[in-house]
Design a protein around this ligand. Structure first.
Ligand code: N01
Length: 553
């Protein structure tokens, strides 16, 4: 490895990593996952001069964007923001084509990054980690896949927040004779729905993006809806080149402004500073209309400061959205079914292109399963409310075992043989979403207890990776071989995360943020609200000598 220098940000730089991953089974760091998080972690670790191996279950880089190839898959955060900021040349040179990027373009970008920074050669693809055990005598993790075991001082779980597809165990599912697809594990060769009768189960972000496109292709589409969802027009289109130039001319300032936003994005979105009920009805309606008709997307909830805090304020936005659904959908009985009853924004807000209008098509049928759940599948049908709905194929847009599913599917054993599933049996517990007490030298990127899924994920990922890389540099400099979150710091942190969530309307509905979509999962609000105070807390922890972590030789 070349000798370390320093870049302008003070990071150690080694020119290139020079080792062969096949030469050894001993590494400084093993990273699990080669999505946005794993790739940047690998890059930073190389700059520290570490020997790193990445295990990736998929056949290539990309994580979420490798797996989620369903029709219409697109990012809801704008292209000029949904990208890495660690390298100025990269962000200046890459050119996005649309305001919101589609999955194939994002996947091309991830591949470009992997090649540009020479990362691919350190990743073992098609390899799923099944177990990891901490060896206390040597302060090493022993990490196992189905055909090998390696050892590493640091283990970084870059496994993603939405990476374990949730396919409900509908009775009779094994007897269904047609093809079944999950949006989160879409076939790479694509699916041609021409001439087919298709059933889609699920109306979250994935379903809402896929339904208009499948509807335009298939003969008949039946949408099985358990909970109606709010969706705001995306107003997607070609990226405005003037806007691109404007952002690129001051990208650093733009990124800095975004990092001060609660979700680490949207500094250029129009934002109000008043409570919703502090203005008269006409003013409020005018603001909602402007956001719905002209701006689009998440900006819809940015007009008033209390929409996610005060139920009465929230209801004004919710009713506005329901009224728009009734404008867009011709059959008012169908519009009623498509109108959500829960608080708006409590479940992740969706963005769409023509979703509600799709229900005006003659070949699209909505089946409300809120009070009569799917009873069973037969060879050719979905049965609910005593009716058999015949379909040729099924699309499960049924989401994920979010935030904990992938981590708990690996047999991770920390100190004294403690298993992660036992440690988290009453819900995930972490310190800063970065470490779990009892699991020394293991880091989680965008883990539960960090802002993660409530933010622009790439910004959160970069902040976590920088924390971890700087932490390891600090430990090495001070002769420490081990770091572990203390129980005390973790308990206080979990309490803090819950306290913040309880100040809002987020815990009031059955969202995946609470694990409510997976039967039997403990109901705990998993992400932390508010990116800027979180970053301040991390910086304070570092300034106080990694307060809340036990460091040892
Ligand atoms: O999953 P979801 P998703 N019977 O959990 C229904 C991100 N994302 O893949 O609401 C019948 O939101 C379930 O019903 P209910 C984004 O963060 C981002 O759509 O639980 N129905 C719901 O309607 C998003 O929030 C982007 O009552 C069942 C649906 O399936 C997250 O991923 C794009 C059921 C699942 O919705 C997850 O989105 C896509 C059952 N047994 C995703 N079980 C972009 O940035 C579940 N459902 C664009």
């Amino acid at each position: 490895m070349a000798e370390a220098e320093h870049d302008t940000a003070g990071h150690d730089i080694a020119d290139t990593a020079e080792y062969d991953i096949a030469d050894t089974s001993e590494y400084d760091m093993v990273i699990v996952g080669a999505g946005f998080a794993g790739l940047y972690m690998l890059h930073r670790a190389h700059k520290l001069g570490l020997r790193v191996l990445v295990f990736e279950a998929g056949g290539d880089v990309g994580g979420t964007w490798y797996w989620n190839r369903y029709p219409g898959a697109r990012c809801d955060v704008e292209s000029m923001e949904y990208s890495y900021q660690f390298d100025d040349d990269l962000q200046q040179e890459w050119q996005w084509s649309e305001r919101y990027s589609a999955q194939p373009e994002i996947l091309r970008y991830v591949n470009h990054v992997a090649d540009r920074f020479g990362l691919r050669g350190y990743i073992q693809f098609d390899t799923r980690v099944s177990a990891a055990t901490f060896d206390e005598a040597t302060n090493r993790w022993v990490i196992s896949t189905d055909h090998q075991s390696v050892r590493a001082q640091w283990m970084v779980m870059a496994t993603g927040c939405l990476s374990s597809a949730n396919t409900p165990a509908f009775p009779g599912i094994e007897s269904f004779a047609g093809p079944m697809y999950h949006t989160g594990k879409w076939p790479h060769e694509g699916v041609d729905f021409t001439g087919k009768r298709v059933g889609v189960i699920g109306t979250g972000s994935s379903g809402i993006q896929a339904i208009p496109i499948i509807a335009a292709q298939c003969t008949d589409l039946i949408v099985f809806q358990r909970t109606a969802n709010y969706s705001i027009p995306a107003h997607n289109g070609q990226l405005d080149r003037d806007y691109e130039q404007q952002v690129k001319a001051s990208y650093t300032e733009f990124r800095a402004a975004n990092s001060l936003m609660p979700g680490a994005f949207g500094s250029k979105m129009p934002r109000g500073d008043k409570p919703a009920l502090a203005v008269d009805d006409e003013t409020r309606k005018h603001d909602f209309e402007y956001r719905w008709n002209e701006v689009g997307g998440f900006a819809f909830l940015g007009g008033f400061v209390d929409l996610l805090i005060d139920p009465n304020a929230n209801e004004t936005a919710a009713q506005f959205a329901r009224d728009r659904i009734h404008d867009l959908v011709h059959d008012q009985a169908v519009a009623d079914l498509l109108s959500p009853k829960q608080v708006i924004g409590c479940k992740r807000l969706c963005l769409d292109t023509g979703y509600f209008e799709t229900f005006n098509r003659d070949n699209v049928h909505l089946v409300d399963i809120s009070s009569a759940p799917i009873e069973r599948l037969t060879t050719r049908a979905v049965v609910t409310g005593g009716t058999e709905y015949e379909v040729d194929c099924l699309v499960f847009a049924t989401g994920f075992d979010a935030m904990t599913g992938t981590l708990m599917s690996i047999d991770i054993r920390g100190r004294d043989g403690l298993g992660i599933s036992d440690a988290w049996s009453a819900g995930p517990r972490t310190y800063l979403g970065l470490q779990v007490a009892g699991f020394p030298n293991m880091f989680t990127i965008s883990g539960p207890g960090s802002p993660s899924v409530l933010t622009n994920m790439i910004v959160s990922i970069e902040q976590h990776v920088n924390f971890i890389a700087d932490c390891i540099a600090h430990l090495r400099e001070h002769g420490h071989a081990r770091i572990e979150a203390t129980e005390q710091a973790q308990d206080a942190w979990v309490e803090h995360v819950n306290m913040i969530a309880d100040l809002t309307l987020y815990p009031t509905c059955n969202s995946w943020y609470l694990g409510a979509n997976v039967p039997g999962k403990t109901r705990v609000f998993m992400p932390l609200l508010g990116f800027p105070p979180y970053v301040d807390k991390c910086n304070e922890v570092v300034a106080n000598g990694y307060e809340g972590f036990a460091l040892s030789a």
